[in-house]
Design a protein around this ligand. Structure first.
Ligand SMILES: *Cc1c(COP(=O)(O)O)cnc(C)c1O
Length: 433
């Protein structure tokens, strides 16, 4: 399979190049040249298949030309070390729980898959690959845990000192093995600048093979389609497979775009709803037909505080810039912090289900946007305990940590303190082992 750039000016790339580069040389996002429709027979028996079997079929449609099936199966098995169950919340609303992985958020799926695919492509090569990632909290933990113990790859996580929560910090500073955390005496923007500088340092690149684990990477983004199929299978088994609507709490729109890919592959989903906080540039685009990015604003659903969603380019490409066609498949709603916290409290007291602030946007969007005869599934993108402060205030009670996160609490932090200047970072990078 070839991958083209959404900017159309870079040459097409093979899978290996697309995965190791992340972004195309013309700064566009890679798209697979074809999206294969899965056979009717697959959808007829999908409710009798397990998650791994479903994911292997989907993975094969994307990556089967480039990776032997047995190897691909191994990658899928290792990626999906946890389930993504669909749980009934109330009325016609269900929750697709994507938080049962090592860092209790959906990014575990893409990060684990990408790590193993990169490991496959670099296996047997003499040199090691260094993955650089700047984080304001959650991306670093998903990437670090996703790559933990993968042969031939070192991960360096840069994070701003004192600006991530204690628990977030523990999730990437206590792992050891091939993961190193660097605590930068500066801001998140400093961390990002250092990483960008390293990628542009041609002398450094003759000494080290650097790559990013950015969320726009095809190997992080495409596997997110697996759980849409698995969700459909579970809904079909429950006799609720018709008129399916997914509400997707969206920031960079990678998760929602993976759902659109699933739809193109034949998944019988009626439509999608983009659920947003006050960062609503996509909603404005649907309303006006004009895309106007703007600086993000802070909200309680902070993983969606994005003012210029990176995967917007993929959605435009998928629909050939036809806003009417996009409106047929996707609608959007937005909610402010007051509505989000009120919803968490209300749903908890009426159903007993605890939503996180992102999932709450999905719940509100289904409440507002679901039509008669439709079944709504919200993507619960993180465990509510990850946003304990907000959620506990909203429900007036405690939210216990899931076991995966509890394991980090007592561990000893280990990090390398560095200043925000590039020279110090470069010296450290070249002076290691
Ligand atoms: C990253 C993230 C999102 C946003 O996902 P996108 O694919 O960027 O739209 C939503 N919720 C949580 C908890 C996240 O970590």
């Amino acid at each position: 399979m070839k991958y083209y750039s959404t900017n159309q000016t870079a040459p097409q790339a093979g899978l290996r190049q697309a995965v190791t580069e992340g972004l195309a040389p013309d700064k566009g996002l890679y798209m697979p040249e074809r999206i294969r429709r899965l056979p009717d027979e697959f959808f007829e028996r999908i409710d009798r298949l397990g998650f791994h079997e479903i994911a292997k079929t989907v993975a094969s449609a994307f990556f089967g030309d480039d990776i032997p099936q047995a190897e691909l199966d191994r990658i899928v098995d290792a990626t999906l070390c946890f389930d993504t169950p669909v749980v009934h919340v109330g009325g016609e609303i269900w929750s697709l729980e994507l938080f049962h992985g090592p860092t209790a958020a959906f990014k575990d799926v893409g990060a684990r898959f990408m790590a193993r695919m990169l490991g496959h492509f670099t296996h047997g090569e003499a040199g090691r690959i260094t993955v650089l990632v700047a984080t304001s909290g959650d991306t670093g933990s998903a990437v670090a845990n996703g790559f933990l113990g993968v042969e031939g790859i070192d991960v360096v996580v840069l994070y701003p000192k004192g600006k991530v929560s204690d628990l977030q910090e523990k999730q990437f500073t206590t792992l050891g093995q091939n993961i190193t955390a660097i605590e930068i005496d500066g801001t998140f923007d400093d961390c990002q600048r250092l990483v960008k500088h390293a990628f542009m340092d041609s002398d450094l690149k003759t000494r080290l093979t650097l790559t990013s684990a950015n969320s726009i990477n095809v190997a992080r983004f495409l596997p997110q389609s697996f759980y849409y199929f698995h969700a459909y299978a579970q809904m079909k088994r429950a006799g609720k497979g018709d008129g399916l609507v997914f509400a997707v709490p969206s920031g960079n729109f990678g998760n929602l775009t993976a759902g659109l890919f699933a739809m193109r592959m034949g998944l019988p989903v009626r439509r999608f709803i983009a659920a947003n906080n006050r960062n609503d540039v996509f909603l404005e685009y649907l309303r006006t037909g004009v895309y106007t990015p703007r600086p993000s604003v802070e909200t309680v659903a902070n993983a969606m505080d994005v003012g210029d969603p990176s995967n917007f380019a993929r959605i435009l490409d998928l629909y050939a810039n036809d806003v009417e066609a996009i409106r047929r498949d996707i609608s959007a709603f937005r909610y402010d912090d007051g509505q989000i916290t009120q919803c968490i409290g209300r749903v908890h007291s009426s159903t007993g289900y605890t939503l996180d602030p992102h999932g709450a946007c999905g719940y509100l969007a289904l409440e507002e946007g679901l039509h008669d005869g439709e079944h709504g599934v919200l993507l619960e993108t993180a465990h509510p305990a990850k946003f304990g402060h907000t959620v506990e205030a909203a429900i007036g009670g405690e939210v216990p940590l899931p076991r995966s996160l509890e394991g980090f609490v007592g561990k000893q932090k280990q990090s390398v303190p560095l200043g925000p200047d590039y020279d110090g970072f470069r010296k450290w990078l070249t002076g290691r082992g």
